[in-house]
Design a protein. Structure first.
Lengths: 409, 130, 162
């Protein structure tokens, strides 16, 4: 019974933890402009993140080495240094977006401007990273994140034409007033939102933090294979809500206040409160993960002692770098830049940075020197190679598409 | 390449592939640093060695400022170089393991400085996470 | 023991330069060939669409507020955000340089309507803060005003983005 509870907890946490501010905003924007026409990208993204999150966890568990340690060893200091610069910059963007997301959600709940909430949000993110145990942090934010199911509930309450929605998803067409370039730009953005690079850093470092053995790897496979797709369904629900309520009225999404309109419409005050709790938990959880990732990447490259399992006094540089990251994030948001725009840019840049993280993982997962007998099987390698092509295509196409479409204007 | 006569198994190692950029851990598994560069006992006036002169030996592992100089050129002043003698290395695997504990090593000074001046000032820094 | 590592590093090093050059070339080619459709009229039309979207969103939010479906923070934030969006659209419209009389008229009309939108949103937001029993203010009339404006803008800018 206890084992069953443990498995359930793992799955539920994975579902609730899947969505972050990037998924929320991008799916809503896409749903309002293209209906369900980009749903296939979400599906591809889910399969990809399942494969790579699990692979990175397995590599860490078997080899005892975390991603960035491996990146430096395999690529050498110079290439890995360039990789670090890019990955850290994009991670910083994501941290900023998530903290901004927390602040925006609190504004929706309170009427107090998000600018006032930014330092509060960053402080609490730091506090949890400073003091709270890894497992508790994951479980609480993951479980509360399940409140996002309010999007799915709202969708049912709205009584949409399901066949119509399915038709849009299965037979994607570019709406008359949109150009194909914009369609593909958002495909890349949605892909970057689903396959966030920080997930790999976080998963592999977490595996080492929690000292995963083979049983944990098996548990993680279940969490990932069951939890992530269900989490992906939440993403699709967000898009569908926008497609059903916002698209017919010609509303294009540019703020979080519009993202939640469908839930209020269908579920009233209760629905709205539940979904705000869910968004708060999901963005808070993601803020924790990305902040930790920035610490992990720096520490693993430079060889600092790292990990939440150590008390801060034992991992001073690790913790100082995370404090610095959060302070920079606050500074960026304090300039008054629109957090939603930061989010939209961060997902596109995530798509550009994907190869930097995924290629090393795929290579090491096949290296017997690190993995011993547990190298990738043929299926996983086949899948990994297909995704390598997709990831490289998305990464190369991202910036040109952004330039051509004026970032989706 | 260098023949490592001091490692227990007398393995042949490629210094760049197996030593450079590798993590260094102490006897308790704590990460000490990463190998940023290697110091070899070569005469540094650029003379070619006689055929039967003593082979150059790996003397120290270097870390810290040597990373920047390795990437961009130049050499840090000898006082700033952080060294771990090769003789302190007990095992070479995917990670280098030392014979001694991390605490006594000079490479830890940045860590200790930050610990004493920043972390200690923030409440809760010395406690385990709860 | 040594050969596998070299391939990974070798691969990583061999890729950058020619690939980078190719990507840059493609980017420049594409940006040169593909320009945003429509010129000034198209840009005005797109900005007007944004204004319309903001007005409709505000309308929806106020309707939800009337029906007790939403929280005060949510609808207030919505109106604040929509006002900001309309301001941005107005400045985008103002920055365009019309090439002939038609475009100048279009710009003028678009700016005029956008100005009305800004006023309507600002007053709707102010009315939200007031207690509901204050005479002369009515969320209904705000909703109707926003709805009417959205329709006006829609029909005035019909076909501009083609």
């Amino acid at each position: 019974m206890k084992r069953l509870l443990g498995v359930a907890l793992g799955i539920l946490t994975a579902i609730g933890g899947f969505v972050d501010i990037g998924d929320l905003v991008t799916n809503s924007v896409v749903g309002a402009r293209f209906g369900m026409g980009l749903a296939w990208v979400v599906v591809i993204g889910i399969i990809g993140i399942c494969a790579f999150a699990h692979m990175s966890g397995r590599v860490a568990a078997v080899s005892g080495r975390a991603t960035f340690e491996i990146i430096r060893e395999r690529l050498g200091a110079r290439a890995a240094g360039a990789n670090l610069l890019a990955s850290f910059f994009i991670n910083l963007m994501t941290v900023t977006a998530e903290v901004g997301g927390i602040a925006l959600t609190l504004q929706l709940a309170s009427s107090i401007t998000y600018l006032a909430w930014i330092p509060v949000a960053a402080f609490f993110v730091w506090l949890v990273v400073w003091r709270v145990k890894f497992k508790i942090l994951e479980n609480v934010t993951g479980l509360l994140g399940l409140c996002l199911v309010a999007f799915a509930v709202a969708l049912f309450q709205l009584g949409p034409n399901w066949l119509d929605l399915a038709g849009q998803a299965l037979n994607p067409t570019v709406p008359g007033n949109e150009s194909p370039w914009t369609y593909w730009y958002y495909a890349v953005a949605l892909f970057g939102a689903a396959m966030t690079p920080y997930e790999v850093f976080f998963f592999s470092s977490g595996a080492i933090e929690e000292k995963w053995g083979p049983k944990d790897v098996a548990q993680s496979r279940i969490n990932v294979l069951v939890g992530f797709p269900l989490g992906g369904l939440l993403s699709l629900a967000i898009a569908a809500c926008a497609a059903v309520v916002l698209m017919p009225q010609g509303i294009t999404v540019s703020s979080l206040s519009q993202v939640v309109l469908p839930v209020a419409e269908a579920g009233g005050k209760i629905g709205l409160i539940v979904v705000l709790v869910g968004i708060l938990a999901a963005t808070f959880g993601a803020a924790l993960e990305t902040t930790l990732s920035s610490g992990y990447t720096l520490a693993q490259y430079f060889g600092w002692t790292w990990g939440k399992r150590h008390r801060p006094a034992e991992a001073a540089r690790f913790h100082v770098s995370m404090i610095a990251t959060l302070l920079v994030g606050i500074a960026i948001l304090a300039t008054g830049v629109d957090p939603v725009m930061v989010t939209e840019l961060s997902v596109v840049f995530s798509a550009v940075a994907l190869p930097l993280t995924y290629v090393p993982i795929l290579v090491v997962a096949n290296d017997p020197q690190y993995m011993g007998d547990a190298v990738n099987g043929r299926f996983l390698n086949g899948l990994g190679t297909i995704y390598l092509v997709i990831i490289l295509a998305a990464a190369i196409a991202a910036i040109p598409l952004m330039v051509i479409t004026g970032a989706g204007a | 390449m260098n023949e490592n006569g001091k490692a227990p198994a007398g393995k042949v190692l490629d210094a760049i592939l197996h030593l450079l950029d590798r993590q260094i851990k102490d006897t308790e598994g704590l990460v000490v640093s990463v190998v940023d560069d290697l110091e070899i006992s070569l005469p540094d006036d650029g003379r070619t060695l006689d055929a039967d002169a003593e082979a150059p030996m790996l003397t120290n592992l270097l870390m810290g400022p040597t990373l920047a100089t390795r990437l961009f050129g130049g050499q840090p002043p000898p006082e700033r170089m952080m060294r771990i003698p090769w003789s302190d290395v007990a095992r070479v695997g995917t990670v280098l393991e030392l014979r001694n504990r991390a605490e006594g090593l000079p490479v830890r000074w940045v860590e200790h400085w930050l610990r004493d001046h920043v972390i200690a000032r923030i409440p809760g820094g010395r406690h385990d996470p709860e | 023991m040594s050969t596998r590592s070299t391939t990974a590093r070798g691969r990583a090093c061999a890729r950058p330069k020619p690939v980078l050059a190719a990507v840059l070339a493609v980017m420049l080619l594409l940006t040169g060939c593909v320009t945003q459709q429509g010129g000034t009229t198209g840009k005005l039309g797109r900005a007007a669409d944004e204004v319309e979207s903001s007005l409709t969103s505000a309308e929806l939010g106020l309707e939800q507020e009337q029906a007790g479906l939403t929280l005060p923070g949510a609808v207030d934030t919505l109106l604040e955000n929509m006002l900001k969006d309309v301001n941005k659209a107005a400045s985008k419209m103002g920055k365009l340089s019309p090439k002939d009389v038609t475009e100048r008229d279009q710009q003028r009309r678009a700016l005029e309507l956008t100005g009305e939108a800004e006023q309507a949103l600002a007053s709707a937001r102010a009315n939200l803060q007031l207690p509901t029993s204050t005479p002369g203010t009515s969320a209904e009339s705000d909703i109707q005003k926003l709805s009417r404006l959205a329709d006006t803008i829609g029909s005035a800018t019909e076909g501009w983005t083609r």
